[in-house]
Design a protein around this ligand. Structure first.
Ligand code: KG4
Ligand code: ZN
Length: 337
């Protein structure tokens, strides 16, 4: 089914044309540089950017795919969670297209789209059941997934998301926004043999929840005690922070696999682009006979392809939306396992 996937939950204006798991085009226009001076996304700036560029992005996606709007068979759009003004822009376009072209409409949960983004463009997608790990700027959660419309939250962050922790630590270190790629790059320059030690919050034995606010505060106190922040100190702190944060992700993900007796893990979200996470999780999992699946890097960050692919899959399970579909800033994962 030729599907238009629309994603505007945060600072990326993204539209893709997909057909099953195949991506015919994926256009992403980001307002990230407009937020850089503020050290985080400014909702009003993000919303205005979506309003200004979404039609151009749609037209380019159709052109790149080489299809006319009249050939499209399904409209899928993120309806939450996210910034409400930003969500409204994509959702309004989706509803307008659905009404004007008499096309079915489907609302897609942004977190679930990240969860299943390893399916995007995959010739052989991971087999169900598996443990899902979503690591993005807004969410950090573990899921038990038994089908594309059947998943249960096993644990989630009680405070900051891991991507948010990367962004906050980057700000403290003067590395700018977004922090993830900057910290990853700085960490690679460290000359230390053993990383600086920062606290790892485990939230009690057996807990599959996460907490990343403590590590961020520990970095803040560490930085305050330093006479100055030169490049080598920044690299050492980036490395220490990253190792501690990723160790927790790896540990809890393997614990989740043990808890539900799974030997497959599927990762998604912006932090899934991180090379060090890929290395650490893959080697720790392989040692236990667990296979790990990551999305292609371009589908880790926000994009329309993950919305189109999940949208069509959900449509095929019988899900439908109508023009009353609302933008839900705090939309939760409600499907039962
Ligand atoms: O999934 P995403 O595009 O948006 C949300 O739904 O939040 O994720 C963005 C997050 C940001 O916090 C960014 O710093 C982080 O993903 N990120 C990374 C890397 N690339 C992006 N974190 C660590 N390492 C990276 N290479
Ligand atoms: Zn996202």
């Amino acid at each position: 089914m030729l599907t238009v996937g629309i994603e505007t939950s945060c600072d990326e204006t993204a539209v893709a044309v997909t057909e099953a798991r195949r991506v015919l085009s994926s256009v992403v226009s980001s307002s990230v540089r407009l937020h850089a001076t503020y050290g985080g996304v400014v909702p009003e700036i993000a919303s205005r950017y979506h309003v200004e560029y979404i039609i151009d992005v749609l037209e380019r996606a159709l052109r790149d795919a080489g299809v006319k709007l009249s050939a499209i068979e399904l409209i899928a759009a993120t309806n939450g969670p996210g910034l409400v003004g930003a969500l409204m822009t994509g959702l309004s376009l989706a509803k307008a297209l659905s009404a004007a072209c008499s096309l079915p409409l489907i609302g897609v949960n942004h977190v679930l789209a990240h969860l299943y983004s390893a399916f995007v463009g995959a010739t052989t997608p991971p087999r169900f059941p598996f443990v899902g790990l979503v690591v993005s700027g807004g969410h950090t959660a573990l899921f038990s997934c038994s089908a594309i419309d059947r998943q249960r939250v096993l644990g989630q962050t009680q405070d900051d998301a891991v991507g948010e922790a990367y962004d906050k630590v980057a700000k403290l270190l003067g590395l700018g926004y977004p922090g993830g790629p900057a910290i990853e790059k700085a960490a690679r320059q460290t000359q230390r043999e053993r990383p600086l030690v920062f606290p790892k919050s485990r939230l009690g034995k057996g807990s599959l929840d996460f907490s990343f606010s403590g590590i961020k505060t520990a970095v803040l106190y560490h930085v305050r005690k330093l006479p100055r922040l030169d490049a080598s100190v920044v690299s050492d702190i980036s490395d220490g922070f990253q190792e501690a944060a990723l160790d927790i992700l790896v540990e809890k993900t393997l614990a989740a696999c043990a808890a539900v007796a799974s030997d497959r893990v599927v990762v998604g979200g912006g932090v899934a682009a991180n090379g060090r996470l890929r290395e650490k999780l893959t080697s720790a999992a392989e040692a236990k006979g667990i296979a790990v699946f990551f999305p292609e890097r371009r589908y880790c960050m926000d994009n329309g392809a993950m919305i189109g692919v999940l949208g069509e899959a959900l449509y095929r399970t019988g899900m439908r939306a109508d023009l009353f579909l609302g933008a839900e800033p705090n939309l939760e994962v409600t499907y039962a396992e």
